[in-house]
Design a protein around this ligand. Structure first.
Ligand code: ATP
Length: 324
């Protein structure tokens, strides 16, 4: 009797993250190595619903390990929020006779995968988001590149602002989580870091800090603000108005999404992509590949998405000690 060839679908979804291409390359090459057919799906769930799908081979992923973005393109797909849209996606999976759907994306994308798993699809999630806001894993693909881009921008702003003895407000990515802001803050030597987890911003305390720093001989202050906190332009205006110190706001925005992935991102993406195919071949159903305690492993999709990690304020406390 002929052995049935296994088939997987592969898509990237949500915000793009540097290292997604390295993950695509790893999934495709590991699958091909093991004789598994891979179907690349364009534009995330949009392409699954619309049937924008092509078979990939080892050469389809040549020369992409160093590129930011995603060769499969990505999209936010409103149709996935409806039962009808998800049923269409499931029908395409069935028509192609796929044995698994590999989803590279963040919290939302993997929530979509969980919904599809309820319709009988076998979904394997690979965490790809610059925000590091998936609590079940200690690493998400794209984080290191985004932090390095943020830190390099802060270095450049620091050069000019310290020459002019200005105050700088730099807004970095991170809608719901302050990891990028904290890492950029600590590695960029910030005086203050504002993260969504800390709640209300105490504008008066920030202004007082800047005044005190002046009396201590600090001629320049760097305030790092997470996107989810926002209000950077207004904060800069308020600081300038009340302290008289020239203050500029810089919003890094999508600059932090792009760029060639760092070695750390390529490494995690390559190992996580390989792990996704390996656990699939072992017969695993509906898993998320995670990095925990220094190892790549996998957890149940639903349990992983429901897992909540406590916000650890100790890193913020360190930034304050180092900013005296
Ligand atoms: P990032 O962290 O970079 O924003 P993400 O994967 O969290 O990435 P989202 O925009 O939240 O990005 O989600 C991407 C897509 O996943 C959505 O456009 C939608 O198609 C699908 N999705 C999100 N949440 C759900 C859900 N609860 N049910 C079904 N599909 C969902």
């Amino acid at each position: 009797m002929a052995v049935k060839v296994k088939k997987i679908g592969l898509l990237t979804s949500g915000g793009d993250a540097p290292g997604m291409n390295a993950a695509i390359r790893s999934v495709v090459r590991t699958a091909v190595y093991h004789g598994v057919k891979v179907f690349g799906i364009q534009r995330g769930y949009e392409g699954l619903i619309d049937g924008e799908i092509e078979e990939m081979n080892a050469r389809s992923v040549t020369d992409i390990i160093h590129r930011g973005g995603t060769i499969l393109k990505t999209a936010r797909c409103p149709a996935m929020m409806t039962a009808e849209g998800r049923e269409k996606a499931a029908a395409v999976y069935d028509a192609l006779k796929l044995d698994a759907l590999m989803v590279i994306g963040g919290n939302g994308s993997l929530s979509g995968a969980l919904e599809l798993s309820k319709l009988g699809l076998n979904c394997i999630g690979i965490p790809g988001t610059i925000d590091l806001d998936l609590d079940c894993t200690e690493y998400t693909i794209g984080f290191d590149t985004a932090v390095n881009t943020g830190m390099k921008a802060i270095n450049k702003i620091r050069d000019t602002s310290s020459s002019h003895e200005r105050c700088s407000v730099v807004e970095v990515m991170g809608r719901h989580a302050g990891f990028i802001a904290l890492w950029c803050g600590i590695s960029g030597g910030a005086e203050e870091v504002l993260v969504p987890e800390s709640g209300e911003v105490n504008r008066d305390a920030i202004i007082q800090l800047i005044m005190e720093n002046r009396t201590k001989g600090k001629s320049h202050n760097m305030i790092v603000v997470a996107e989810g906190v926002g209000g950077s332009v207004q904060l800069a205006k308020d600081i300038e108005k009340i302290t008289g110190i020239e203050t500029r706001a810089t919003i890094l925005g999508h600059l932090q999404r792009g760029g060639s992935p760092t070695a750390v991102d390529r490494y995690h993406a390559s190992v996580m992509g390989h792990e996704a195919v390996r656990v699939f071949l072992e017969g695993a159903q509906n898993r998320i590949i995670v990095y925990r305690d220094g190892k790549h492993t996998h957890v149940d999709l639903e349990e992983g998405l429901n897992y909540r990690r406590e916000y650890d304020s100790s890193i913020y406390d360190i930034t304050k000690i180092l900013a005296i």
